[in-house]
Design a binder for this molecule. Structure first.
Ligand code: SF4
Length: 414
């Protein structure tokens, strides 16, 4: 391992990190180095982008400290029994790499995770030391997201929040049974305990900052977690319910859903095929319905089929509207915000614009059309000054009319 050069290490450790979906630099405090103070910024553009295997754009240096691990989680390519090339960065190497990439404007920050080396405490110390050195030795003001190790000493996990914008602690699998089966060395209670400690520390520091302007910030972008989808038998209903519980109990900023990717030399207890990526997408959509559109987890689950799975051919909001048509059409000129948010094709911004515009005048269909990508999707579910859907809302073929058309990809398309 020690004979590998930095580029070889980077190739191995950045590749090993691609299975982790839980990074996004939203929601943190604004910092910059204007006026020659420090280096880095959490704002601004002009960075290079990395792409996860499914095409999502990631603008961080996303890397592992090491892909060696003393644990043997079945779904993980870095598990102890996996036959992969191993590499390990020193703390100083990650610090210098981050600074060099930042100076070249390749990245806007660092996402750092690690396999467990020697012990959870030792690994957590190393992860924290990277962030401490960036912040204190180099006055680095870019975004830092640290993946923490729930088995480590709570004080070490707390230290991560002192230096990072965001911390994440992965619940890994949607059910306790799935965790026991696929990650037997992990302890669900300890994971939730670490999330609770982090939530308390974030709230405590937030309160302190309200009272004392100069109180140090602590994980200003909050905590997040990741659930692997499709590696165990949990259905979408289970996942939606689990996600709602986690948001409620731990004040999470985000939950990331990561479709299980089959790995080389996979354990025999794993499925042979990955779930459709559309399943992951539908879970993100249902997550948004609960967080921003006023749906309860139970309402989202009502759209699932008998096996508890969300539809793949239409989004969960449209699925709900088609199933509960008695709630439609809603009058865009009179309906309250919570009903307008239920209309397929109307996003939060469109609803807020409708609410502000209708104070001055009565809205017609063209007014609504200007606020949405597809008025065809909205029309069956609203009334407006010059529009009544009459029988359209109850047509038996409405789903077929509204579901996105499947496109045949052209072999030689540009
Ligand atoms: S502890 Fe983390 S890195 Fe180690 S095998 Fe489990 S998931 Fe992989």
């Amino acid at each position: 391992m020690s004979r590998l050069g930095p580029q070889e290490k980077l190739a191995i450790l950045a590749d090993a990190a691609k299975y982790d979906a839980s990074c996004a630099s939203s929601g943190t405090a604004k910092r910059n180095s204007l006026g020659g103070k420090g280096i880095g910024s959490t704002e601004g553009m002009g960075i290079c982008h990395a792409y996860a295997p499914d095409g999502r754009c990631i603008s961080l240096l996303k890397v592992l400290l090491t892909n060696s691990c003393i644990f043997d989680c079945h779904y993980c390519i870095n598990r102890k029994s996996s036959n992969v090339r191993r590499a390990r960065f020193t703390v100083e190497e990650v610090v210098q790499l981050t600074l060099a990439f930042y100076r070249r404007n390749y990245i806007e920050g660092l996402f750092l995770s690690s396999g467990i080396i020697r012990s959870p405490n030792y690994t957590m110390e190393q992860i924290v030391e990277v962030a401490r050195s960036l912040r204190e030795d180099h006055d680095f003001r870019g975004y830092v997201h640290l993946k923490t190790i729930p088995d480590a000493d709570p004080e070490l996990v707390r230290q991560a929040g002192v230096h990072a914008d965001r911390v994440s602690i992965n619940v890994e699998l949607p059910t306790a049974a799935g965790l026991r089966r696929l990650a037997p060395e992990k302890d669900g209670d300890r994971i939730e305990g670490a999330m609770k400690d982090m939530k308390n520390a974030i709230e405590e520091k937030r309160d302190a900052r309200k009272r004392f302007k100069n109180a140090p910030s602590f994980a200003p972008a909050g905590q997040s977690t990741q659930m692997i989808v499709g590696a165990d038998s949990a259905n979408d209903g289970d996942i939606v319910q689990r996600a709602a519980t986690l948001y409620g109990r731990f004040g999470l900023r985000r939950i990331y859903y990561s479709a299980f990717s089959p790995i080389p030399d996979a354990s025999a207890i794993l499925p042979l095929r990955r779930p459709p990526l559309m399943r992951e997408h539908r879970l993100y959509q249902s997550d948004w319905l609960i967080r921003f559109y006023g749906f309860t987890p139970g309402e989202v689950a009502q759209t699932a089929d008998d096996a508890g799975m969300l539809a793949l051919d239409i989004d969960p909001k449209l699925a709900w509207a088609l199933k509960f048509r008695e709630h439609f059409p809603v009058d865009v000129n009179r309906a309250p915000r919570e009903l307008l948010l239920r209309v397929p094709g109307l996003g939060v911004k469109a609803v807020d614009k409708i609410l502000s515009s209708r104070r001055w005048r009565s809205l017609d269909l063209d007014d609504v059309a200007r606020l949405t990508v597809s008025i065809a999707k909205v029309r069956p579910f609203i009334t407006a000054r010059n529009w009544r859907p009459t029988l359209l809302t109850d047509r038996v073929d409405l789903k077929r009319r509204l579901q996105p058309k499947l496109e045949q990809l052209e072999l030689f398309a540009p």
